[in-house]
Write a protein that binds this ligand. Structure first.
Ligand SMILES: [Zn+2]
Length: 118
């Protein structure tokens, strides 16, 4: 059983940095046109478990239903997180755990989800 920990992450150049409280369980890789292209591995957390610590210039991108606000760094193009709502309308943050800087690469396991068919 994984334990809840505070992890730190950032984009590649460090202009955008954050902290997230997560047990790294229930991670998801999705085959939709956006997630798959960007190679996301996502953890879904509530906004109170997520804190931006370095807010460099970012561009926001939305598509499809425009409910999820994807943000990527203007300098290096890396997307660390997105903000949106769960199906029940409660706010959530989708964190790209490939941008965590304090865990070993590939130390996680993620479920593959068929987002393309949703
Ligand atoms: Zn950057």
């Amino acid at each position: 059983m994984a334990e809840m920990q505070t992890h730190t992450g950032s984009c590649a150049c460090g202009a955008v940095a954050y902290e997230v409280d997560t047990d790294l369980e229930g991670l998801m890789e999705c085959n939709c046109s956006h997630c798959y292209r960007k190679g996301f591995v996502l953890a879904f957390v509530s906004p109170d478990a997520f804190r931006v610590t370095q807010e460099g210039p970012q561009t926001e991108y939305t598509f499809n239903t425009h409910k999820i606000r994807h943000r990527f760094c203007d300098t290096c193009g890396v997307q660390s997180f997105a903000r949106g709502e769960k199906r029940d309308g409660s706010p959530m943050v989708a964190v790209n755990i490939r941008t965590l800087t304090d865990i070993e690469p590939f130390s996680w396991t993620a479920q593959r989800v068929d987002g393309r068919s949703f």
